[in-house]
Design a binder for this molecule. Structure first.
Ligand SMILES: [Zn+2]
Length: 248
């Protein structure tokens, strides 16, 4: 199978194992498992023809490890991300590390600051151990903003955390007091950048149309790009590339 075929099949598996098993009239048990034979047979009704070996190939080479088999490879399920309400993966509660990360974009920040992180249509809030993973997640929607979650402190206060087989941490809700909003990312190299009004250089810039903006300026330590953040929109923590601005 080539990459395009694998991707197509992976999308199909996400659809039927996470969201719409009814699309091919597939049965998931209460833990999210589908019979492999049944999956292969019923997929044909939607012109998805694949063998058991091809299914193994897609599952084992998926870089996000979205799916797993039971020990004797007779059942398959998605590791997390279900919107099917009847599925409960029965993860064991587990103690999280001190910090977990969540990638989002500026337009969601206001609501996160008001009501914390909600699971919305999913069954859980998804968090990652690595900043890089959170950056990737945020990048799908725009310039990523990385939130640090004081997970261990939450855990000590009685919030439950679960860890899926592909190392995604799950919890029901993150109240806003456990979220730290100090991390942004470089629009050029996507490296995470700590926002600090103290060390950032505050200055006025003049545009060709004679308008002025008050900004905080800093250099990305990773790629050296000069970055600016508008003083009045800094709630959005979005740095932009200084050289793209048309200055007087
Ligand atoms: Zn950079």
């Amino acid at each position: 199978m080539n990459d395009k075929e694998k991707k197509h099949m992976s999308k199909f598996l996400s659809l039927v194992l996470r969201h719409k098993p009814k699309y091919i009239n597939l049965e998931l048990d209460e833990n999210g498992w589908a019979e492999v034979d049944e999956l292969i047979e019923k997929a044909k009704s939607r012109h998805m023809h694949f063998s058991f070996d091809e299914l193994i190939e897609v599952v084992t080479t998926n870089d996000k490890q979205r799916f797993s088999f039971n020990p004797n490879n007779t059942k398959i399920r998605a590791n997390q991300g279900h919107t099917v309400k009847t599925v409960d993966l029965k993860f064991e509660p587990k103690q999280p590390p001190e910090f977990l990360y969540h990638g989002t974009v500026g337009k969601f920040l206001e609501s996160i600051k008001t009501s914390g992180l909600d699971k919305r249509r999913r069954q859980h809030v998804h968090l990652s151990e690595e900043r890089e993973t959170a950056i990737k997640v945020g990048s799908r929607r725009g310039v990523p903003i990385i939130l640090s979650i004081r997970a261990l402190e939450m855990h000590r206060k009685g919030y439950e955390f679960y860890c899926s087989e592909n190392k995604v941490w799950l919890t029901d809700h993150v109240p806003t007091e456990f979220i730290e909003y100090n991390l942004s990312s470089c629009p050029n190299c996507k490296d995470s950048i700590e926002y600090s009004p103290i060390s950032d250089v505050f200055m006025k810039v003049k545009f060709k149309d004679k308008s002025e903006k008050k900004v905080y300026k800093k250099r990305c330590e990773n790629c050296g790009t000069n970055l600016v953040m508008n003083k009045y929109t800094r709630n959005h923590l979005a740095y932009s590339n200084y050289s793209n601005w048309e200055l007087d």
